[in-house]
Design a binder for this molecule. Sequence first.
Ligand SMILES: [Zn+2]
Length: 98
Amino acid sequence: MLSREIVLEVKRLLDEDKHSQRQIASLLKVSRGSVNAIANNRRGLHGREPERQLQLFATRPSRCCKCGGYVYAPCLLCRAREYREREARLQKLARRVA
Ligand SMILES: [Zn+2]
């Protein structure tokens, strides 16, 4: 089961219309069947996050071990940063594929 983040990223790349389904599948390391299902709206844009991740939501803020901010775990700032970094990596990869 794919995470929602990956599903949305597949959708985004499909909407960009710059890559083939095969390229998207190999860029994001998902099956071509999954990419195809998302492309044809046979699969909803939902994902199952691992339970471990859900349990990380704390009821009190705590120090983020990465950025040091006082946040509710998981740190959204660090997640956004990781997402941006992955995005940049993907774009670099995509340029190489294109
Ligand atoms: Zn952080």
